[in-house]
Design a protein around this ligand. Structure first.
Ligand code: NDP
Ligand code: KPL
Length: 292
């Protein structure tokens, strides 16, 4: 299959590397200098101190000619891309962003087959063409909204699995995104504000109290049932990533914009007057840190 990956940051380099094992991949960069480096040197993927190289074609031209496009830019860069996608003929488009800010924009793309997904991998861009695969996980995909599932191009991804890069398809897009949102809405802003690794939210009893109170507000806004099971899920991820800095903490350390608008901002927009003091406080605190 011909696959275009749009956004050559941490996740885009990782996905282009693995997908190129079985497919013809074009990686769309923002800057031509990055595309030139990738074309000259390939993508290098580092895992447990060993380097692996894949030759992938890269360009900064927004031609997007492939029948499958995987979007790996941050939430706050989606608008430009979505404006391009609106004008393209029908194809399969996959969104892999954390948060749910993009969901309201997907209605303008319904002439395409739109999938939303969550990436459980950990990826860290080392430089323009090298990516560190810091944690293995599933890519979970679901068809967005009421689109009838056709025999879609992505079926091939399900059938032709790539080693260390499993892809699964789930039936309920909203449940899938909400479960991931709960993780990112609790772990990310708290670790970013407290400047701690994920695991400390469980080992420090005061932080754990805040963590649980925040979790309760997030569940309330999303109207989720099965609170105990979801709390176990969030704690499980916190434990398995205990030595990680969350992406929001990393963004703050590197003085980059965070994805807070599409995580807690999205929740505030959907709170319908519910009492959510922790969510509101954390949203404003992270926005304040961004400005600083
Ligand atoms: N990294 C990870 O482990 C995971 C990330 N995610 C999610 O995936 C998404 C991407 O994250 P991540 O890869 O870490 O982010 P990065 O910031 O590393 O990568 C985003 C890339 O998109 C590029 N970009 C921005 N606008 C455009 C454009 N118009 N055309 C082409 N490229 C563009 C940026 O280019 P430039 O650098 O030149 O500005 C950057 O290279 C986020 O929503 C994140 O939450 C989810 C799970 C895991
Ligand atoms: C799962 C978690 C919290 C891992 O750090 C993450 O997705 C992130 O940091 O954005």
């Amino acid at each position: 299959m011909e696959i275009g990956v749009i956004g050559a940051g941490s996740l885009g380099l990782l996905y282009a590397y693995y997908l190129s094992k079985k497919h013809k991949v074009t990686l769309y960069t923002k800057r031509q200098e990055q595309a030139d480096q990738i074309n000259n040197l390939g993508i290098q993927m580092v895992k447990e101190n060993s380097y692996h190289t894949a030759n992938v074609c890269a360009t900064s031209e927004t031609i997007y000619k492939e029948s499958i496009l995987i979007i790996t830019v941050k939430q706050y860069h989606l608008e430009t891309i979505i404006n391009h996608l609106k004008k393209l003929s029908s194809r399969t488009i996959v969104f892999l962003q954390n948060g749910m800010g993009h969901v309201s924009q997907l209605a303008s793309l319904l002439h395409h087959r739109v999938f939303v997904g969550i990436a459980e991998h950990g990826a860290l861009k080392v430089n323009e063409h090298i990516v560190h695969h810091t944690g293995e996980g599933f890519t979970k995909l679901a068809l967005y909204q009421d689109q009838v599932e056709p025999i879609h191009d992505l079926s091939l991804l399900r059938n032709e699995q790539i080693n260390h890069f499993p892809i699964v398809f789930l039936p309920e897009w909203e449940k899938m995104l909400k479960e991931k949102l709960i993780v990112n809405a609790t772990i990310n802003p708290l670790t970013a504000l407290l400047r701690v690794k994920n695991g400390e939210l469980l080992t420090n009893k005061y932080y754990k109290k805040l963590f649980y109170e925040l979790f309760e507000e997030v569940i309330l806004i999303l109207g989720m049932e099965d609170k105990d099971k979801l709390w176990d899920h969030v704690c499980g991820i916190c434990t398995s990533t205990s030595e990680n800095e969350s992406s929001m903490l990393r963004d703050i350390h590197h003085q980059r914009k965070t994805e807070i608008d599409s995580i807690l901002g999205y929740l505030i927009l959907n709170a319908n007057g519910k009492s959510i003091p922790h969510v509101s406080f954390l949203f404003t605190a992270i926005k304040g840190i961004e400005v600083r």
